[in-house]
Design a protein around this ligand. Sequence first.
Ligand SMILES: Nc1ncnc2c1ncn2[C@@H]1O[C@H](COP(=O)(O)OP(=O)(O)OP(=O)(O)O)[C@@H](O)[C@H]1O
Length: 333
Amino acid sequence: MFSRDIGIDLGTANVLIHVKGKGIVLNEPSVVAMDRTNGRVLEVGEEARRMVGRTPGNIEAIRPLKDGVIADFDVTEAMLKHFINKINVRGMFSKPRMLICCPTNITKVEQKAIKEAAEKSGGKKVYLEEEPKVAAIGAGMDIFQPSGNMVVDIGGGTTDVAVLSMGDIVTAQSIKMAGDKFDVEILNYVKREYKLLIGERTAEDIKVHVATVFPGARNESIDIRGRDMVSGLPRTITIKSEEIEKALREAVAVIVQAAKNVLERTPPELSADIIDRGVILTGGGALLHGIDQLLAEELRVPVFLADEPMHCVAKGTGIMLENIDKIEKRSFI
Ligand SMILES: Nc1ncnc2c1ncn2[C@@H]1O[C@H](COP(=O)(O)OP(=O)(O)OP(=O)(O)O)[C@@H](O)[C@H]1O
């Protein structure tokens, strides 16, 4: 009988749960729909996401995690409980141990808040681990050798850049520039250039279907609908890849700079390893068209996109859970 320890990638955009021996059993957006009048939770995850920007006055679709930290503790707790109940932890033989991934720069208070929410949701013992480390493991890097490995994990709320060696982070930087901010940049561009108001979901569609961040690398277009700011009426416009490349230029420059900062602080022996092994990109933001080419050009090292980049952290928790007994002996957050 396998033990039911579980790993959770508690992300700003998505929550993934990995059960030891089973793999990824849950992958849902981090969204909760609530009735404002009585505080009741109406929907969680995919169902709630469909409501974003489409709710009547008394219903609110909330994203309880913002910039990779807990913005609304009670709602985060309700969301975690819902997801954990969904995978039926309580029906398990015994309470599971939980390994939860969080960004590198969250405060002790925020760490405690995440742990408490997981314990209240049925965790016997809850461990927290830093996201870039687990992402690197999930991407297949052997970070336990005395050699340099560099990972750039671009999520919804945060981008974590880290150089790892011998199982630990040597240099790292976590910035609040990632997928969500790309959406905001696109939304603002459309507002500025076309005087058209669009929603978050539409901005994300543009990012996924036509965006590129490497000049000339993509040539797509998409028809989008929104509300004309002057007439107040619905209007359709066509957006091209080259426009979005310009709209995202400043935002991606911030990520490039963070990667450069980390490389500048990396000991020379480890830098040499990174030239040989390259940089691995993980997280949903790594799927942004052209980001691998742009980073390779700017950093002058090979850059690789991980297999299934959005699953790396959850897969990494699975690998770490295999070694949970060793992990238990170490001092954890
Ligand atoms: N094909 C794509 N192109 C560009 N961006 C994408 C694509 N697919 C997903 N994304 C973006 O990836 C982001 C979500 O990634 P992910 O699930 O790794 O984040 P997260 O782990 O929830 O966030 P964080 O690590 O900040 O807590 C969203 O902003 C989403 O729009």
